[in-house]
Design a protein. Sequence first.
Lengths: 247, 330, 284
Amino acid sequence: MLLEAESVSRAFGGFLALSEATLGVERGEIVGLIGPNGAGKSTFFNCIAGDLPPTGGRIVFDGVDVTAAPAEEHARRGIGRTFQVPATFEDMTILENVMVGAFLRHHRTRDAHAKAMEVLRLTGLEAQAQQRARSLGTPGRKRLEIARVMATEPKLLLLDEALAGLTPSEIQRAIELVRRIHATGMTIVIVEHIMEVILTLAERVLVFNQGRTIAQGKPQDVVNDPKVIEAYLGHHHRRRRARKAEP
Amino acid sequence: MRLAWGPIALWAALLLFPLAVSVSDSAAFLDDVGTTLILAAIGASAWNIVGGYAGQVSVGHAIFFGSGAYVTLLVYELWELPPLLGLPLAMIVAVLFAVAIGLPSFRLTGHYFSMATIAVAELVRLVVSNWPLLGEAIGIQGPATPRGWWDLIFRSSVPYYYIDLAVLAFVLALTYAMERSRFGYYLRAIRAGERAARSLGVPVLRTKLMAFMLSAALTAVAGALYSFKLGFVNPESGIGILVSVQMIIIAALGGAGTLYGPLIGALLLIPLQSATNTIWGGGGSGLTFIIYGGIILLLARFEPGGLIELWRRVGAATFARPKRGAADAA
Amino acid sequence: MILLQVAVGGLLLGAVYALFASGLTLIWGMMNFINFAHGEFVMLGMYVALVITWIHGGPEAFVPAATAALFLLGVGVYFGLIKHVTRGPMLAQILSTFGLALLLRYSAFAYFKPDFRTLPESWLSGTLNVGGIYLQNSKLVAGVVALLLTIGMHLLLTRSALGSRLLAVSEDRNAAMLMGIRPDRMQALAWGLSAASAGIAGALLAIGFPFSPEVGATFALTAFVVVAFGGFGSVPGAAIAGLIIGLVDQISAYKLGPIYKDVVVYGLFVAILWVRPQGLFGKV
């Protein structure tokens, strides 16, 4: 078990954003986190990433308890993440962005440079290495973020809505990239809104609603789970479907 | 490097400047301006490390400059030692201040840090201005006549000019090496996006602190060189707010976070400052501040990257062809 | 007895500190932005009072005049400068108001000359004897008015529709936009309020204390200390902290002299930074 999150909770003052979320991720899996807005999946994601310390529960990664560790420590241990709103280093070049990631494992500039170029080749950004990050559009920035975090040679990759805001063809290319990365043996946890993406990519899905996890399983099973449908579409819709099913 | 001829010409000009002006009647005056320019460039380049590259805007660097100026002259006043020997101690004092300010405030947002630097600078200025040991408002003096070359007392500005130029070259070489190193990349990442930097394993607190300590030590050197040349230091010239403001504006005008930005800023501002002082007299210091305030405001509002960034943008628009990236193509 | 008098004086001064610190903390709470020119806004309020006396106005005109002048300045500064730098690099943000501070301070220097001035006598002159404690009318009025205005600001922010709109923008700018609130307008309003609070405080201080263009720097630092102590973003915190700092200020001045009182106050800031940066009621 690469990642074990047990009963993770996070309260903000009096408000419980996340309550007792539990997830185990095996090496090489792709797990999806879905749920309506404000359901707690981003909070859970950020706890695993180290951005938010949980107020309850434990997170164990690769045998090490990282519950209270800061984000830098998570990264060093091998947890890499992208951001929902891309946080690329705008005034630095694409190559320099990725080198910052590469420097985690390669302290000498020459080695970091080589590693960064390798990652740029793999992610198709090689031709734009000398361009400033701010010259990229959203899909380019998202791709750059993935390249940058890949340069840190993570064991677990956390993708935060990496496909939001992309056109259908851009989504296809992004899915291909994620598949390529997965094929190298990477373990991936992906937060996503777009159902088709989850169904195509995830082997297993964890559904959040109102701070709790309400379902877990294969994508096709979870999607047909009445609890999940109700969470997304509301109680009203479930009753309409039930009435429709009557003769 | 694209602009290799630029730096080479620049350094050649700087090296030859005293020779070139020696034929003029105002040679002594020009040498003095030149030395002031180089000194200003050193201070601004030192500030640049933490304020420009790391993006942590210190508004109280006068503390470190003052440490350099006061501690070196103090070892003379107390123990009759050459001020030069006080330099290592001055750097240590500066670094201790940096740790005392940086350790608590770097955990918080950037504004806290800036506020802390202002508050501590003012605190130190008050204490120094009222401490008999440090000469209160009058300050301390160095050796009046040299007992040997090590006292670094020269009649002409020219020896100071070349000593300071050597130190500037060292500071810039250090900055150049830092730029290309892991440390330099991490500093720039912190400036560009702290949260993202953390997520990539950058040890943010430690890196900021190291940049601040390095900057403080080098600024102390600038302060020491200043006191060697002037032969004395007082609260206004050593720890006054003009000291901090000047470092910031020179670095920012040329281009904070670039290698040559501070030097370029100094090349523009110091002759300008000398000219206004000559025309309107020393009482123009109020006017100087008004102009400085205006320049800082305009920089912040329109071109925070300074002249180098302006040059890049104008140059890029004029000369480059627009490229389409493969990652953006649908 | 003297100590009690000093203490009361400290509380009255503290009320004025509370007023202008509330303005500073409001901006922080709304925009995560520190106005380094806030001290100069206080200073300008003092000079507004001076100009009023030049045209033979009395102290009753000070508050309205300072309010109008500084509110407009605050709004102007927002639209002309702040709006353009908030989403940019930290360097631009910090330099923007820092440059403004220098500009304002030394322009006042040039126009009004560096000498310390006091306002001419008015119906507010004189001293009151309250049970053996001597209070200058001017300082008493200043303190009371400041306290009322500070409480007024707090009520405005927490109890009025306008206040909730301001708070909505500070919580979530995008959500506020979706609700039909114009964040730009709200932030400009906040800047106007903040500047006005500083200006009024300055005008009130001018009645009782001598002033010069350089005092802005001291007020800025005092505001920082009060806001840090009270907690960044908390107006009630600024109010309570203001009173406490006013007390500390005056008692230190009495016991240690004017120079060391500044050392105590700034030293307090450093201590807060080290020990409890969130202050009494703030979030870091």
